[in-house]
Design a protein around this ligand. Sequence first.
Ligand code: NAD
Length: 499
Amino acid sequence: MQEIGHWINGKRVAGTSGRFADVMNPATGEVQARVALATLGELDHAIQEAAKAQVGWQATNPQRRARVMMAFGALINQNMDKLAEMVAREHGKTIPDAKGDVQRGLEVIEVCMGAPAMLKGEMMDSAGPGIDLYAMRQPLGVVAGITPFNFPAMIPLWKIGPAISSGNAMILKPSERVPSTSLFLAELLQQAGLPDGVLQVVNGDKTVVDGILDHPVIQGVGFVGSTPIAQYIYGRAASNGKRAQCFGGAKNHMIIMPDADLDKAADALVGAGYGAAGERCMAISVAVPVGEKTADALIERLVPRIEKLKVGPYTAGNDIDFGPVITQASKDRILGLINSGVEQGAKLVVDGRGFKLQGYENGFFVGPSLFDNVTPDMEIYKQEIFGPVLSTVRAKSYDDALKLVMDNEYGNGTAIFTADGDTARDFASRVNVGMVGINFPIPVPLSYFSFGGWKRSAFGDLNQYGPDAFRFYTKTKTVTARWFSGIKEGASLNFKALD
Ligand code: NAD
């Protein structure tokens, strides 16, 4: 059995705890490897070494740090197929989707190639007689990234790129379900010229996460995962005086107006609802058609599209639409939620519960399901299902649809499909959600903007990647300097303006 350890000071090292987590093959249900779960001692060693390496890295000029990002980006491109296969093997997503996972992470690295431009400070000369003020952005020191299973390449890259190009060292704690990609990315970064110790990959579970949150050397924590854990991590990191940004779960709605192109809306819903088996924080899980006629016409278009979807292992080729979910527990939970939807009176229009695939009977496959007549009091509406299940909530009017989105506790992404500019503009302006799509189902901002939800989809300040990430991973120091040539002023005990 393959044993996966950690990446410390530029080397793969075995774990010493004797504790492991199984890494499953979600398509077969078999254990394919086991990953070491670090002890607090191993974590402390990784952090202390990172702190030593960070001093030299911070002193390395920003242009040279950016060159490491350039070489890293080239290596990611060269290794695209290998990375995609690694992602698919542990996560279960299809190869084209896995390439998208790597690509959307690579785009953040591409922005980090221009990090020096983001790290410039501010300057005001002659703010008073002989007085200049300048503000510099300095790295926090050693920071941590804690990442989820559903984007094994993209989200670690969202953390690594901005943190490291800003001059920090990082402890990356990937999801124990998909540990291999992060270790390989660390290897590539070393090949790109990153000094040893600047990125340490420490695998583990709650023990390591709590150790990170309590460790006095760690200055900042970037977390992505489910809402209860995001809230917990934010609270504990903040109470220990650390800067924290913690991104959580979602329930993303798409409003379909009567004037929308319904074929395009149906195509968008199928892609955004079922892609990656619904295991995306930006998946659309609730369709909100406005008016009974729109709803009937939409369902009529959705059903044949959903029934045509091909579910299978990534190894079966590129015509597979989506793969298994991540664990048996996740599959059981999704099936339980579908049952609860039926019991609570929603209409199950497409039923994916009985899905079986010959030769993969023990895999964690769930067929695509579509619900109609869902109401906000039902469990399938209230919970983030994180599976291939789309719920339809029929709204009487645009205002009712908008209210539904506004009242939901999550605020990660949302979309509206309409031909009317005024409605689209009103929606974008009023909705209390962080990322909005207009005739665009998954509005993940490009890497030179920033990514983040509102309400219970994010805790803390500032978004991920883009300009916000450079603000998050740096702190501002402001210097007031005075030179005395030509100034005759004597001592003053007053707190006063500089003029
Ligand atoms: P998760 O919360 O179970 O795990 C995320 C990380 O937290 C992992 O590294 C895990 O080891 C650690 N962790 C888990 N339980 C912990 C505990 N009790 N104490 C301390 N650490 C703990 O999330 P997941 O199942 O890996 O990922 C899916 C979730 O992530 C979904 O809710 C999805 O919406 C969310 N997500 C959000 C975003 C976003 O940017 N908002 C992006 C991707 C995924």
